[in-house]
Design a protein around this ligand. Structure first.
Ligand SMILES: Nc1ncnc2c1ncn2[C@@H]1O[C@H](COP(=O)(O)OP(=O)(O)OP(=O)(O)O)[C@@H](O)[C@H]1O
Ligand SMILES: [Mg+2]
Length: 264
């Protein structure tokens, strides 16, 4: 785990979320939310149902635009960029409800993610040129490496909809990693996983961070979150309630009252 004090002095934040607000009709989903995410850390966002966590993910990944505020990714404000532009710039995500191509194999799902990093993509890969074939073979090799990384190489050719639910969550992570992200946002990756899978997920998140990827994690499993996170932002009714290390968050009276309760 990284020492944030040292990080703050040594390296600038990779992401700066500045004063983000978003409303849907009369519902204020986010109100003036600001925080910083440092490179190669796991930064969790927690809070009760409806706190605005997924809304914040949607704004960071270009799915929706905020009413106010900026998202600085390195030197750039990325508000207004499209999803595919942000994926190409290194921002990838998984979804609260798994979103895979059910009729495609696990391998094909990873190749879809991979295709943003290959020159010709799938259409070109159907051509006959030898350099295209080589590129496709390389893509398949890299996809297989990623499937192995998440523990799914033995089911590479199984339809993704035939995989157990927990395995589908791991497959979604592999597909996101295939885009070679600098920042990976995971929306409730432990939801629906059993205890063994959750343990494996925790190890995997730390391995991904170890490969130089910065993670944003929305999660309700507090044991997992407290175990792997470097920093935690707590949202409550669209507002920033607290931000700090797992220990600081667990000892914060407002957080205990609004979300964690006394048992954590
Ligand atoms: N597209 C939308 N249209 C209208 N209201 C929305 C929309 N998206 C989110 N909301 C509302 O915004 C608020 C925040 O929702 P959001 O999905 O961000 O919460 P969350 O923290 O992810 O909750 P959960 O833990 O249940 O996933 C909720 O009141 C929700 O009903
Ligand atoms: Mg959500």
């Amino acid at each position: 785990m990284r020492d944030r004090e040292t990080d703050e002095k040594a390296v600038p934040p990779l992401l700066k979320i500045e004063g983000i607000s978003k409303s849907f009709g009369g519902i204020q989903a986010l109100y003036d939310v600001s925080f910083e995410v440092f490179p190669e850390t796991i930064h969790a966002i927690i809070g009760p149902n409806g706190a605005g966590k997924t809304t914040l993910f949607n704004i960071i990944t270009g799915v929706s635009a905020p009413d106010a505020g900026a998202i600085r990714y390195g030197p750039r404000n990325i508000v207004g960029k499209q999803v595919h532009e942000l994926v190409a710039q290194g921002i990838a995500r998984t979804f609260q409800n798994v979103e895979l191509f059910g009729s495609m194999s696990a391998m094909e799902n990873v190749l879809v993610g991979r295709h943003v990093r290959t020159a010709c993509g799938f259409v070109g890969a159907m051509g006959r040129w030898s350099w295209v074939r080589t590129e496709e073979e390389e893509a398949r090799q890299k996809a297989m490496d990623l499937l192995r990384f998440v523990g799914l190489d033995s089911v590479a050719h199984t339809r993704s909809s035939d995989l157990p639910f927990g395995w589908q969550r791991f497959l979604e992570i592999a597909r996101a990693l295939a885009t070679e992200p600098r920042v990976l946002l995971l929306d409730e990756p432990a939801s629906g996983l059993n205890a063994v899978e959750t343990q494996r997920l925790g190890e995997l998140l730390q391995e991904i961070r170890g490969r130089g990827v910065t993670l944003l994690l929305v999660e309700h499993d507090m044991s997992l979150t407290m175990g792997v996170s470097d920093r935690i932002l707590v949202l409550h009714q669209g507002k920033r309630l607290a931000e700090g290390t797992p220990r600081e968050i667990q000892e914060d009276d407002a957080v205990i009252c609004a979300y964690l309760g006394k048992g954590i």
